[in-house]
Design a protein around this ligand. Structure first.
Ligand SMILES: [Cu+2]
Length: 134
């Protein structure tokens, strides 16, 4: 019976450690204010399920949008940029949203922007680094 408990403990430990890839977190915790992301740079493992906890402490709606690999919204987020969104979440003022998404399989640098008109220009921009899994 005691041996069984040890095996279960080992198994649980294995499951917990599998939540990370090479020490990389599979969570993105971001606070959105008027008008920035804090932090504004994130690193996640490729192809993994990522949990996003987005808190909007501002007084207007904000968006956390990851653009496709190689895509850039330029100085201002326009209608033509919406087709380049890889994944997005919109958070009303004063709210917190927790969601998951599948990290891109292509390693590299991805742009993170808030697509609400004027917000990118005001500084709501970030960077997501996707690292190949080991
Ligand atoms: Cu915004």
């Amino acid at each position: 019976m005691k041996k069984y408990a040890v095996i279960v403990a080992m198994f649980v430990g294995l499951m917990l450690s599998s939540c990370k890839t090479g020490g990389l977190s599979t969570a993105i915790d971001v606070t959105m204010t008027d008008f920035q992301f804090t932090p504004n740079s994130f690193t996640i493992p490729a192809g993994r399920e990522i949990t996003v906890n987005a808190v909007n402490t501002g007084v207007v709606e904000h968006q956390f949008a990851i653009l496709n690999f190689g895509a850039d919204a330029g100085d201002e987020f326009g209608e033509e940029d919406t087709q380049n969104i890889y994944w997005e979440v919109k958070v009303p003022p004063g709210q917190t949203v927790a969601l998951t998404f599948a990290a891109p399989s292509t390693p590299g640098e991805y742009s993170v922007v808030c697509g609400v008109p004027g917000h990118l220009m005001a500084g709501m921009v970030g960077e997501l680094t996707v690292i190949a899994g080991e």
